[in-house]
Design a protein around this ligand. Structure first.
Ligand SMILES: Nc1ncnc2c1ncn2[C@@H]1O[C@H](COP(=O)(O)OP(=O)(O)O)[C@@H](O)[C@H]1O
Ligand SMILES: [Mg+2]
Length: 593
């Protein structure tokens, strides 16, 4: 399933649903910002009155009343600045709550949406890129809110306010300033829009290099084992090269806009002063008006000066936000059907009915796979590597949907029951279990998060991992490293078994580790498994003869089909069976992955 293209409207919708939880706060921020910026309009006007006042009289002839008047202007100037100052402070304090809290909510929604996505989604996305995308939507909100509330609103207020005030003094002046500003605004707007495609490419280059780095870090062991540093250096050079080429291009394109803007400012200033001079000569404008015009011109220039950057930030925020929001807006590929009911387990019998499945279009991994796993019995799946054994576990858990056919548990189609009830009815011990970088106590308790420490330790004892855990420096409080890297494969598998014991689900799927464990680990794991399988419908993807012999039935698979079912003895009796062949090739241990 492809991720949908997110429209700007959809992105704004997503941001708004998160922002509106603190609507009151948001509107108060905007309110204070508008009032703070009104000061920018009133301040130069009072300045004008002040200068007109002084310039009318030679200072030796100043009457007391005028001094008094001028003093009031000064007080008004200070008062307005103070009022703006208060408004800014209020808005900033409110924003210091509003923005981080909203970003937190956005990131949380992103994470929750991410967990709902299918295994296929994770296989198609680098974890490093996903992490980046989670945070990007927060940044996008921060940038957009900042740009609109602090920058764009200020420009609009300054532009309209100064236009009105100047228009009342002399329409021509107002027009010159207004038209000049509009030219700059439109230039930035269209240029930034045109440049957006490069910003998107830049964001993609960013994600790509982050993904590459994280893949390398995940594979640090391979890099060491295969002495791949030089090779990785070459790859990095390529990826980073593509990134820096894009960064240089976008930077230079921004520079062009800045240069054009600076040129326009010079022209507008010239026309403005020239026009003002004319109106002063014919007695329409006063000296104070020059202060007024200068004040407005400076305010507007300072606000348009950053406009290019602001518009680019807005576009970039939108592009980044869209890239992220796909995770939120995309329907999870595997989800509950409408009216899904919880799975009701009576005996835990599993039936595969003509199951056809492939991971990708055109691929067939399971073909007409039909098999009944009877309640409470133990089954071993055996067959050559790639015959689809592990896949059986994956489709049973509905990590992937079938192309056709059905899987029934106690007569209920797994596609029509809730995912949560399905997955909580099945315990899985994967071939190569991954653990959280959390304590062993937490990792085992993940099987059933309502259990006490004593119950966790009890399960660990049954899984034969208590002893090795006790020998660790921090015992059950030991951190196991990312993905559980600080434990051996056998230890990790026993932790996974302890977890499955705690979960105590009626169905058990076990993918036996292929890596040859030392005989001690192996016998410990065998003991642990014995505990775990008691009274459960068990499917073991088995490689070891010791495991296979203990099972009630052996299901022999080849190229996604069941070719034989029977007990070890029955299957060996058949002269030309695949089972016999596999057994003869490697008596004492089966091949396959
Ligand atoms: N995530 C996947 N995407 C595409 N193909 C896959 C995936 N996982 C497994 N396969 C393919 O499906 C086939 C069966 O795999 P699997 O069930 O793991 O085999 P087995 O466990 O019997 O060795 C193999 O050909 C394998 O390459
Ligand atoms: Mg396998």
């Amino acid at each position: 399933m492809e991720e949908p293209q997110v429209s700007t409207r959809q992105l704004l919708g997503v941001l708004w649903t998160h922002a509106k939880k603190r609507k009151g706060m948001m509107f108060l921020i905007i309110f204070f910002v508008i009032f703070a910026q009104l000061g920018d309009i009133v301040h130069p006007y009072i300045y004008k009155l002040f200068i007109d006042g002084i310039s009318k009289n030679h200072f030796s002839l100043v009457p007391e009343t005028l001094i008094h008047q001028l003093f009031i202007y000064i007080l008004a100037l200070v008062g307005i600045s103070f009022f703006s100052w208060i408004c800014w402070r209020f808005s900033a304090v409110l924003a210091s709550y509003f923005v981080p809290l909203t970003i937190t909510e956005l990131c949380r929604s992103m994470a929750l949406a991410l967990f709902a996505h299918s295994v296929r989604f994770y296989q198609n996305n680098f974890s490093g890129s996903l992490v980046k995308r989670i945070f990007r939507i927060g940044d996008a909100f921060d940038d957009l809110f900042g740009a609109l509330v602090w920058n764009i609103s200020g420009l609009v207020i300054a532009l309209l306010g100064s236009f009105i005030v100047l228009y009342l003094r002399e329409p021509m002046i107002a027009l010159v300033l207004f038209v000049g500003t509009l030219i700059m605004v439109f230039l930035h707007f269209f240029y930034s829009r045109w440049k957006m495609k490069y910003d998107i490419l830049m964001a993609e280059a960013d994600s790509k290099s982050a993904g590459e780095f994280s893949d390398m870090i995940t594979n640090f062991e391979n890099i060491k084992l295969f002495t791949g540093v030089q090779h990785e250096k070459g790859r990095l050079k390529k990826v980073q090269g593509a990134w820096s080429a894009m960064a240089i291009k976008t930077w230079q394109l921004s520079e062009i806009a800045d240069a054009a803007q600076a040129g326009i400012v010079i022209i507008v200033e010239f026309v403005l002063l020239y026009t003002a001079l004319h109106y002063w000569r014919i007695g329409v404008l006063t000296v104070g008006d020059f202060a007024l015009i200068q004040g407005y011109f400076m305010t507007i220039i300072s606000k348009t000066w950053s406009l290019g950057r602001v518009i680019r930030n807005i576009y970039r925020a939108i592009a980044n936000g869209k890239e992220s929001a796909g995770i939120l807006l995309m329907m999870p590929e595997i989800r509950d059907v409408k009216g899904a009911k919880p799975l009701k387990i009576s005996q835990a019998q599993i039936v595969f009915e003509k199951v056809r499945f492939g991971y990708q279009k055109g691929q067939t991994v399971l073909k007409k796979y039909s098999m009944t796993f009877k309640a409470g019995k133990r089954y071993a799946l055996v067959g050559p590597s790639g015959s689809g054994k592990s896949t059986i576990g994956k489709v049973l858990l509905r990590l992937f949907d079938l192309q056709s056919g059905h899987i029934l548990i106690d007569g209920q189609d797994i596609k029509k029951v809730t995912l949560e009830s399905l997955r909580s009815s099945i315990s899985v011990v994967p071939q190569d279990p991954v653990l959280f970088h959390r304590t062993l106590m937490e990792n085992i308790r993940y099987g059933n998060r309502d259990t006490t420490d004593e119950e966790v330790i009890e399960a660990a004892k049954k899984a034969r991992c208590h002893e090795f855990i006790e020998n660790l420096s921090d015992g059950y409080e030991t951190y196991v490293g990312e993905r559980g890297i600080k434990l051996s494969g056998g230890e990790r598998q026993r932790v996974a078994i302890a977890r499955a014991i705690l979960k105590n689900a009626p169905i058990l799927v076990l993918d036996e580790a292929t890596s040859s464990l030392d005989s001690e680990s192996e016998s410990l794991i065998q003991e642990a498994l014995g505990e775990l399988m008691k009274g459960k419908t068990t499917i073991v993807i088995a490689h070891r003869l010791s495991t296979i012999m203990k099972m009630d039935q052996i299901v022999v698979m080849e190229q996604g089909k069941v070719v034989d079912v029977g007990s070890h003895k029955q299957l060996l009796r058949k002269k030309k069976s695949l089972y016999r062949k596999l057994w003869e090739i490697q008596a004492g241990g089966f091949i396959g992955g």
